[in-house]
Design a protein around this ligand. Structure first.
Ligand SMILES: NC(=O)c1ccc[n+]([C@@H]2O[C@H](COP(=O)([O-])OP(=O)(O)OC[C@H]3O[C@@H](n4cnc5c(N)ncnc54)[C@H](OP(=O)(O)O)[C@@H]3O)[C@@H](O)[C@H]2O)c1
Length: 342
């Protein structure tokens, strides 16, 4: 049994970490850290946890943390300076904010300015189990992927194992996210009257997840990838649906069969095959750690659809999946979550 600490526990990802960890068969103690709400009952912020996790938030005192695993469900901040100390004390660390996701110091710094630390960047492992499982198992420090990159990279990875050429400079990605993607802090952009009844593209060409997608896909394909990424926010709280359009010189294989074989052993990637159209949808994945993928093609045009819950496979669920791998637990422990229908 292990003890875990969740820093940023008052936020959306923090709340989801608590919800998953409280039912984890190998976790017997959870410290929920919040700078703003220290001393208050966790259920005053996360009312869904009343009667399930009746603890109080603790203040952030890095020197006092004594856990097997520390999750940082918080944006990059001064706390990053404390990570080496936690690692030196033998703890495992998983960060959910953006810093150190890109294994190129200059690009990482441009994308997430501040908190440079070359040694930490070199040590960190990118926490996408479907691509880096072996490395995660041996890691002390894992950076969880971004939510959009998770859905996009999982959509495209099987194409790297095909004989036919894929035009990696002409990848077109449109993703629609629920409003929880921006966290719990209120903003005018996400004020209810702005989001309700609306579908709104934002940050065309400049979203911070584009360099991450290009970089990791570049590593997976061993080639330069340049995606045209257009995110939008939709009138729902959680979930991401990505439409990934790829052109190729002509692929003769049955891609659905190829995708199914590629992901055959993956516990959290489901290939959706509905005969006519392969259409993953949000209802099947929200509240779960699944990524549902459907691939539609006619020789030189491929449209891959993928659906995840941004707060779980795109955040806290994937972080727990990484913890399971780092500690040698069953990868699915605590993550046996099924969506609700209708
Ligand atoms: N929302 C998503 O779908 C999603 C998915 C993947 C990754 N992410 C990334 O994960 C991080 C957390 O996301 P979120 O949506 O949970 O955000 P959030 O709802 O805004 O929560 C973040 C929490 O972090 C704490 N915090 C803020 N600044 C801090 C600092 N400098 N030091 C320590 N704690 C700090 C705050 O809690 P206190 O003030 O109470 O301490 C806050 O409640 C962000 O970097 C986000 O980009 C988000």
């Amino acid at each position: 049994m292990v003890k875990v600490t969740v820093v940023g526990a008052s936020g959306y990802l923090g709340g989801e970490l608590l919800r998953v960890l409280v039912n984890h068969p190998k976790v017997n103690e959870i410290d929920a850290v919040s700078r703003t709400h220290a001393g208050k009952a966790v259920s005053t912020i996360h009312s869904n946890l009343a009667g399930v996790f009746d603890e109080k938030f603790m203040d952030f005192k890095a020197d006092k943390i004594g856990s097997d695993v520390v999750f940082f469900a918080s944006p990059p901040g001064e706390w990053l300076k404390k990570v080496p100390m936690l690692l030196d004390k033998g703890m495992k660390v998983i960060t959910l904010g953006g810093k150190f996701r890109i294994n190129d110091a200059e690009l990482d710094e441009r994308t997430y300015p501040g908190h440079k630390n070359k040694k930490l960047l070199e040590e960190r492992v990118y926490g996408l189990p479907e691509a880096y499982r072996k490395e995660i198992k041996n890691a002390r420090f894992v950076t969880n992927p971004g939510c959009y990159p998770t859905s996009v990279i999982l959509s495209m990875m099987p194409l790297a194992k095909l004989d036919g050429d894929v035009e990696l400079d002409k990848v077109v990605i449109n993703s629609v996210s629920g409003s929880s993607g921006a966290g719990a802090e209120p903003s005018k952009f996400l004020h209810h009257p702005e989001v309700s009844g609306n579908l709104r593209p934002y940050k065309l060409f400049v979203h911070r997840h584009k360099p991450e997608m290009d970089f990791v896909l570049g590593d997976v394909f061993n080639a330069t990838v340049n995606a045209l990424f257009t995110p939008s926010v939709g009138d729902f709280a959680r979930g991401i649906l990505s439409y990934v359009t790829v052109f190729s010189a002509g692929i003769n294989e049955n891609l659905t069969k190829h995708y199914r074989e590629f992901y055959a052993k993956e516990p959290f990637v489901r290939i959706i095959d509905q005969d006519i159209e392969n259409v993953p949808n949000l209802k099947d994945v929200v509240g779960t750690n699944f990524c549902d993928v459907g691939v539609n093609f006619n020789s030189d045009r491929i449209i891959i659809l993928s659906a995840i819950d941004n707060l779980l496979k795109g955040g806290s669920g994937q972080a727990v999946q990484n913890m399971n791998l780092m500690l040698g637990f069953d990868e699915k422990a605590g993550l046996n979550l099924v969506g609700g229908r209708p």
